[in-house]
Design a protein around this ligand. Structure first.
Ligand SMILES: [Zn+2]
Length: 179
C-alpha cells in the first residue's frame, strides 16, 4: 500500500511570490523557479519523510478531515499534505519560518511543529477557501478574513495564533461568530 516514490514539487514564481508575500509581508525576495526532489513515503493523501510516522500521521489526518466534515466543511479534492520531520525537508518544499504552508494548486507542507489537529485543520480550511473562492481570489482576500477564518474555524487558542494575526482573527470572530 505504501510505496516509496520520488516526488517533485514545482513552485512556480507566481505562486511562490503570492504565498511568500501573504505569509510574510516583509519578505520580498522569491525564487523564480524552484524544483526540489526528496524521497517520501506516500499514501492516498499524505506523504511523510520517515516511513515510521506514516500510520500515526495518516490516522491523525483522517480524523482531522472527519472533524471538519462534522462542521460542514468539506474538501472535494485534496492535494498531498507533506509531513516533514526535518527542517531540511520543510525548507526544500518551500516552508520558511511558519509552521505549515499551503501552496495553491500544489499542496501543503507541514513542519514537525504542525503535526497536530489544529494546524492540519487550519490548512484544510485554506483548501476549502481555494475550492470555494478560487485560489487567486483567496490569496487576494484581506488577510484578516482569510487567516481569521482559518484560525477561528480550526479552534486555535490565542497562544497558537501569531501575534500579527490576532487582531484580524478577533475582527473575523466579531463579524462571523454566531452570537
Ligand atoms: Zn493560514
Amino acid at each position: 500500500m505504501r510505496k516509496k516514490i520520488k516526488i517533485s514539487l514545482i513552485v512556480i514564481s507566481f505562486i511562490s511570490c503570492l504565498s511568500v508575500y501573504f505569509a510574510r509581508p516583509n519578505f520580498y525576495s522569491f525564487n523564480l523557479l524552484r524544483v526540489e526532489h526528496l524521497d517520501l513515503y506516500c499514501g492516498e493523501n499524505i506523504c511523510v519523510e520517515d516511513q515510521n510516522d506514516f500510520l500515526a500521521l495518516n490516522l491523525l489526518f483522517q480524523e482531522t478531515i472527519d472533524s471538519i466534515k462534522a462542521k460542514g466543511l468539506e474538501n472535494a479534492n485534496l492535494p498531498y499534505f507533506v509531513f516533514c520531520k526535518s527542517q531540511t525537508c520543510y525548507s526544500q518544499f518551500g516552508g520558511r519560518s511558519e509552521i505549515a504552508i499551503s501552496f495553491p494548486w500544489l499542496g501543503t507542507v507541514v513542519s514537525l511543529e504542525g503535526w497536530n489537529k489544529t494546524i492540519i485543520k487550519h490548512e484544510l480550511i485554506h483548501w476549502v477557501q481555494f475550492e470555494n473562492f478560487g485560489p487567486v481570489t483567496t490569496m487576494l482576500m484581506p488577510e484578516w478574513f482569510r487567516e481569521g477564518m482559518a484560525y477561528s474555524l480550526s479552534g486555535a487558542y490565542n497562544n497558537q495564533i501569531p501575534s500579527h494575526y490576532r487582531e484580524g482573527v478577533k475582527m473575523y470572530k466579531e463579524m462571523f461568530s454566531s452570537k
